[in-house]
Design a protein around this ligand. Sequence first.
Ligand code: DAH
Length: 336
Amino acid sequence: MSLPLLDELAALRQAALDGFKAAPDAATLDRARTSFLGTQGRFTALLKQLGTLPKEARPEAGKAINAAKTELEAALETRRRELELLAATPTEPTDFTLPGRRRSLGRLHPLTLVTEDIVRSFRKLGFAVADGPEIEDEYHCFDALNTPADHPARDTQDTFYLDTPNRQLLRTHTSSVQIRVMARQTPPVRIIVPGRVYRRDNADATHNPTFHQVEGLYVDRGVTVADLKGTVEFVFRDLMGPETRIRFRPHYFSYTEPSFEIDFSSALTRKMGREWLEIAGCGMVHPQVFENVGYDPEVWTGWAFGFGIERIAMIRYAIHDIRMFYQNDIRFLRQF
Ligand code: DAH
């Protein structure tokens, strides 16, 4: 059936589509919408003419008008979205080399977070960060620390030795850096040494062939165990909460005398089902160690400690398997 109304509809539809597409901004688009689809609009006027058609022509014309209306509304929406996007697009070229305003790409590894917190606590007390090589020699790792040649820690079962003529090894603890720092610096010394260490352990829930430690060393005149205890207590309260308690138990290390193991207790240890958890080794620097680095043990006293960063992170975040730190599972890492 050929109806003048349908021709009119076709022309109107095209005009509306062109009008929407050409609208340069939201306001123009809205005006176009009103002029075609508004209550006084041209399209609405057409719809009103439907009643003037012969009865048998109405269904077909009605269908055509409705189809056009749906199409126009969709075109309107498409253009509205396009304009929105356009409005949000910068007109100036973007300089991608400018520094970012927020750190939203990725996040820090839990071990990095804990290390940074430890360093921050010690900085408050005037400690500086020192470091040393992960590939060490026997002298700095053992001999200078008063560790005898037959000590089990030196065994090839426990230590990774390199296949080099001078028996280099991967350091088994950060204590080697104590020696390196004292050998090049006169007292007072106040350092902490966060770093990676290596032991010939098989990986299980609590062991890994490589892990991280923080070493601390304080040397001056008249340094006592009380200084050591006060420092450890301050740092652990800062790290683990103000109600954290510390306890020293006698122990043996060849490079300190007396030596202690440090236990701590807090809401976190109770959450793990224990009142006290062993957290670190420490003691007063052995006079022989001072002799080895050329410090006079009659003048200088000092304390040292060492603890594992993974262990602290595991307690803090209630992680039960040390291997999670190294697997790079994004579901794990995203939680920090
Ligand atoms: N080096 C020891 C370890 O790896 C920890 C340690 C104990 C460090 C006593 C010290 C110390 O400085 O005085 O288990």
